[in-house]
Write a protein that binds this ligand. Structure first.
Ligand code: GLC
Ligand code: CA
Length: 550
């Protein structure tokens, strides 16, 4: 791909903000839009080009805004529409675009469409949702389960039918088969696009074309027709970026979403490496040990499948996942080393990198010990179901501390003042007690901090075309402790060799890779001989004016 045919979002780095937990401007304990505006200089200095905002629309907040009651109003706890317009304008001045979270698989049960739909079988909004009669025995229409635990059907006694919800009962699924619903969604999207946003992150977009009568939830037959229609009606002719969340995407289906001639999305988020670490029955609540070979295999498959068409999103964490350094690194003795190593490995891959708030200072999972400390609807529901199934509570808490969603939702750690400088009041969820050591102010004062390292990586993507366009070639694929690859563009190459363990690891260097490597990221130049020893979580990087054949 030549430089001129590139899209702006291929050289940009995205930063995800979970508004509730980022910065509180008025002391009510909840982050808000004015709080975000106050941190824009920090984000500009980090070098990012896009902010993805988790939902900010009016919502009863059962699922922290992923249950929207009004798509065209800002939740009062986050601010006003004027605040939002100011955010867009102030971000733009700093070269940053705003990506909104488009949650259109479902609404809140407090959305006026659902309130109306529920009021009568004859409501003009009835068919905006998915209703079914009880089974002949009066029971559930079928046995589809919801993601947050329990059946995906809830009975509405007043109208005698069940509504369908792939998440909580308070998140009724929209019926995308209804063309009027689709037109309303597109009108709403255009309204936001005309306010100057840079695009959308699309929540569980793979689920919209559900056909529950046939047991189909993800990847319904009409999915890509809907996304193409959406593209025609909203995105076409606008220079925006879109990223679809798809827990079912594979390297093959990724091209259906992001292929050059598909007119659908810029890219998808995929979760193959996340899910392969989960227990068969109890999922993320009983995690399996980390398997680097499996992780590399997934990443390699995606890098290869989207090498010439489509585009990858690159991320270690988000608001649904544990903290990267706790999951894939060492959040104790080697926290700094492993956080930098993980950042290097990810940011030098081909794709658009995403940084989840706090990752750039190496924030860690929380050490909660009681269920009272959690806030997440999924964690609380699963806790109840685990206890009902007779499983020990301590096992559940261990699982939740390893993989639960609140790990990434504790307040952003700005300084060592009370509650990490996040709020002057009482935060809606406790700050991680390690904020006294791990915070932005401390990172800024340290020239070798994780934060500095992120700045260098983000800047490198803007200045070195190889990082954007270079071909990915894995090496040592079966090695259980080392992640190694090269990227090559014309006659220039980049090398990454990362130790994922807390031990020294010695590897043999193939003849082709031996020799001098120019420094990258302020590291020392590397001279590779027959063998190399990597210190715990060390990553070796280098640049060379040659290309490699393996
Ligand atoms: C997505 C969101 C998650 C939310 C769910 C339902 O997976 O990332 O936070 O709970 O969709 O909207
Ligand atoms: Ca607030």
């Amino acid at each position: 791909m030549t430089q001129t045919s590139r899209h702006w979002w291929q050289s940009a780095t995205v930063y995800q903000i979970y508004p509730r937990s980022f910065a509180d401007s008025n002391g009510d304990g909840i982050g808000d839009i004015p709080g975000i505006i106050g941190k824009l200089d920090y984000l500009r200095d980090l070098g990012i080009g896009v902010i993805w905002l988790s939902p900010i629309c009016a919502s009863p907040m059962r699922d922290n805004g992923y249950d929207i009651a009004d798509y065209q109003a800002i939740a009062p706890m986050f601010g006003t529409l004027e605040d939002f317009d100011r955010l867009v304008a102030e971000a733009k001045v700093r070269g940053i675009g705003i990506l909104l979270d488009l949650v259109v698989n479902h609404t809140s049960d407090q959305h006026r469409w659902f309130l109306d739909a529920r009021s009568s079988r004859d409501s003009r909004y009835r068919d905006y949702y998915v209703w079914r009669d009880p089974a002949p025995d009066g029971g559930l229409p079928n046995d589809i389960q919801s993601t947050f635990g329990g059946p995906a059907w809830t009975l509405d006694p007043a109208t005698g039918q069940y509504w369908f919800h792939q998440f909580a009962p308070e998140q009724p699924d929209l019926n995308w088969a209804n063309p009027e619903l689709r037109a309303d969604i597109y009108r709403m999207m255009n309204w936001w696009l005309e306010r100057g946003i840079a695009g959308f992150r699309m929540d569980v977009i793979n689920l919209i074309a559900k056909e529950p009568d046939r047991g189909i939830t993800a990847d319904g037959p009409k999915l890509h027709d809907y996304i193409q229609e959406m593209h025609r009606e909203t995105l076409a002719g606008r220079d925006v970026m879109t990223v679809g969340e798809s827990w079912s995407a594979t390297p093959a289906t990724a091209l259906l979403y992001s292929g050059r001639d598909r007119a659908e999305l810029s890219m998808v988020f995929q979760f193959e490496q996340v899910m392969q670490q989960w227990h068969e029955t109890w999922g993320k609540w009983q995690p399996k040990p980390f398997d680097l070979v499996a992780l590399k295999r997934v990443i390699g498959r995606w890098q290869t499948a989207l090498a010439d068409d489509g585009w990858n999103s690159l991320f270690w964490g988000n608001h649904d996942l544990p903290r990267a350094v706790s999951k894939y690194g060492d959040d104790k003795r080697y926290r700094v080393e492993s956080a930098k190593m993980l950042a290097t490995v990810l940011h030098l891959l081909k794709g658009t990198p995403y940084v989840y708030q706090g990752e750039e200072i190496g924030m860690t999972n929380v050490p909660f010990s009681s269920i009272e400390q959690y806030r997440d609807i999924e964690t609380l529901n699963m806790h109840r179901l685990h206890l009902e199934a007779g499983l020990p509570e301590t096992d559940f808490i261990t699982g939740a501390n390893e993989n639960g969603r609140d790990n990434s939702r504790t307040p952003m750690q700005w300084n060592d003042a009370a509650h990490a400088g996040f709020t002057a009041g009482t935060p809606w969820i406790e700050a991680n007690p390690n904020y006294e050591r791990i915070n932005v102010a401390a990172a800024k004062a340290d020239p070798e901090s994780i934060l500095t390292h992120y700045r260098r990586l983000i800047a490198l993507r803007r200045t070195l075309p190889l990082v954007i366009d270079g071909r990915y070639t894995p090496w040592l694929e079966a090695h259980p402790e080392v992640f190694a690859y090269t990227r090559t563009l014309d006659t220039q190459s980049l090398l990454v060799i990362a130790n994922f363990t807390a031990r020294d690891v010695t590897i043999d260097i193939p003849a082709a890779l031996r020799g001098d490597w120019q420094p990258l990221l302020d590291a020392a130049p590397a001279l590779l001989r027959e063998r190399a020893t990597l210190a715990p979580f060390e990553v070796i990087t280098g640049l060379a004016d040659r290309s490699f054949q393996f």
